[in-house]
Design a protein around this ligand. Structure first.
Ligand code: THU
Length: 160
């Protein structure tokens, strides 16, 4: 038996104002995206915004459904919109933010496992990392340089 340690590095910023201007703008797009969330069941509104190689910004928000599993997270809504509408553009950065009608969201909201898997697919497709920034409705922001940093031992098409 051997043991291997998996290390990852995250950056934690006290507030969005510490981020580069371009990223603050992208986070503002994610806040705007949150407004279009359809979350009548959870009352938890998530916004995601991506910036593409050509400078285009693509937004997504969570879309819920009375049949709960049919809903989709903001991150996948955004990344699939980018994949469908700009199939040849690389996705450079994703910003994620969330708010709730029930409580303050003071911790950074990390993408769920299924969204990490979906984003990882695009990292592989474009052979370049997707940098990710996530936050709550205010306060700290976490940055990871690549999605795979938060999805170790990922399943991908090399196994197929
Ligand atoms: N949600 C997202 O949009 N992104 C995540 O990464 C986690 C959860 C949504 C799904 C659902 O509409 C609501 O938040 C509560 O889980």
């Amino acid at each position: 038996m051997i043991q291997k340690q998996i290390n990852t590095t995250i950056e934690i910023y006290d507030s969005v104002t510490e981020l580069p201007g371009e990223i603050q703008k992208l986070m503002q797009s994610a806040v705007e995206a949150r407004e279009s969330a359809y979350a009548p069941y959870s009352k938890f509104m998530v916004g995601a915004a991506l910036i593409l190689d050509n400078g285009e910004i693509v937004k997504g928000s969570n879309q819920e459904n009375a049949s709960y599993p049919s809903g989709l997270c903001a991150e996948r809504t955004a990344i699939y919109a980018a994949g469908a509408n700009y199939p040849n553009q690389k996705i450079k950065v994703m910003a994620i933010t969330a708010t709730s009608a029930k409580h303050d969201v003071l911790e950074p909201i990390a993408p769920c496992g299924a969204c990490r898997q979906a984003i990882a697919e695009y990292e592989q497709k474009q052979e370049e990392p997707v940098e990710i920034y996530f936050t709550g409705s205010k306060g700290k922001v976490i940055r990871v340089k690549a999605l795979l940093d938060i999805l170790p031992l990922a399943f991908d098409n090399k196994f197929l």
